[in-house]
Ligand binder design. Structure first.
Ligand SMILES: [Zn+2]
Ligand SMILES: [Zn+2]
Length: 179
């Protein structure tokens, strides 16, 4: 059963109090139905955690670990620390009872850092583009605005921190739920 976004938000608040002393800045948590091969994605600007509805309806047990994992990234970032999979990251994982980043995510493995760090998204048609650099000026959606720049259909810039691939079927057999 898939939690609705308000339930996800409650879970986030609950984990935040329980494990992070409320230090994780508020993030919008949303499902992205366009995720075919992604389980989840986190961006800090704007603070947003997106999850695949398909993946989490099939693997509800993966939600806790995936959410906590993304929250550790956000927590480190908020503290001005390196938000990567550092020693501090792993220490926090152990505190939370999560084991390896590669084997304990409800099998959703973090993808290697991508060179393309920016997503430009049209909120109207949900089209997305990947870019290595942040566009120097606002741009609008080519599909929605035609040939000229149209401020009614801006492309929103998301800076990607991490994307999670949906596990390969072979790995899904190793889903680990600790507790
Ligand atoms: Zn990660
Ligand atoms: Zn569009």
């Amino acid at each position: 059963m898939l939690l609705d976004p308000s339930e996800l938000q409650l879970l986030f608040a609950q984990y935040n109090n329980e494990w992070f002393g409320g230090e994780v800045p508020a993030h919008r948590i949303a499902y992205n139905a366009r995720f075919a091969n992604l389980a989840g994605r986190i961006t800090y600007k704007p603070p947003l955690i997106e999850l695949s509805p398909k993946h989490f309806s099939e693997h509800p047990e993966a939600l806790r670990e995936t959410l906590l994992h993304e929250m550790i990234h956000a927590w480190l970032f908020a503290r001005g620390q390196n938000p990567g999979h550092t020693a501090a990251f792993k220490k926090k994982m152990r505190e939370l009872g999560l084991s390896s980043i590669y084997h304990d995510l409800g099998s959703a493995v973090p993808r290697r850092e991508s060179a393309k760090r920016f997503i430009l998204r049209c909120e109207r048609c949900t089209m997305e583009l990947l870019r290595k650099r942040k566009p120097p000026a606002p741009i609008s959606c080519g599909r929605c605005s035609g040939r000229r720049y149209d401020p009614r259909y801006p492309l929103r810039v998301l800076e990607v921190v991490e994307v999670r691939d949906v596990p390969a079927p072979a790995k899904a057999a190793h889903v680990v739920t600790r507790r």
